[in-house]
Write a protein that binds this ligand. Structure first.
Ligand code: ZN
Length: 201
């Protein structure tokens, strides 16, 4: 399986990082070794002093497809959760300045947290999600605030990359990203359901 992530999909987050709003989805990928599940602890990597949490809605692909039209895209995912796209912001900043790919900052082990998946059909039209750090809400978002919708993302990515069953699509983070420290507890909610809770070590 593969992990596809969308960058800059919420205007308030693009602004906090001084990024222009994209004219088309920006995407990058993580390897399957980035997955962190079952509330396993996250071990801070030694190559960064500034690892940020990015809470995101995560779709699970349930049907293989390529060149998917937006009006048919909703048939290609049937489960959703909240997850974290951990980002070594200091490393990413250096890579961006040099125009280099982001893998060193984005694809490291444990950088793709997923919570418990829930049936997409049970979700409301506008999906709320949030992240608590040590009991305080630090990020919250609504799917209606995405610049590119789920279906636009699926359609766009599938022009370049064939989607397969089990692939995950991280759909971007709202504002409020910040560094995590050893000893932090992170908990993610999808609506009012807690879908993950784990420690930073
Ligand atoms: Zn992200």
């Amino acid at each position: 399986m593969k992990i596809i992530c969308i960058g800059r999909n919420y205007a308030d987050h693009a602004k906090e990082l001084n990024n222009d709003l994209p004219e088309e989805p920006v995407f990058f990928m993580k390897p399957d070794t980035a997955l962190l599940r079952n509330n396993d602890p996250f071990f801070l990597p030694d190559f960064s002093q500034d690892v940020h949490h990015e809470i995101e809605l995560v779709l699970r692909i349930c049907k293989a497809g390529k060149h998917i039209e937006p009006e048919f895209a909703s048939a290609y995912y049937n489960e959703i959760t909240a997850g974290i796209d951990f980002t070594a912001r200091d490393v990413q900043q250096q890579l961006k300045q040099k125009g280099l790919p982001w893998e060193k900052a984005k694809a490291f082990d444990g950088s793709a947290v997923t919570g418990t998946f829930l049936p997409f059909a049970a979700m409301p039209e506008n999906i709320a999600f949030s992240l608590e750090k040590n009991g305080q809400t630090v990020q919250s978002g609504l799917s209606s605030d995405m610049i590119f919708s789920f279906n636009e993302i699926i359609s766009f990515v599938s022009r370049f990359v064939t989607l397969k069953v089990g692939d995950l699509v991280y759909t971007g983070t709202p504002a409020g990203v910040s560094a995590v420290q050893i000893g932090d507890t992170l908990a993610g909610k999808l609506g009012s359901t807690e879908v993950f809770r784990f420690a930073v070590r």
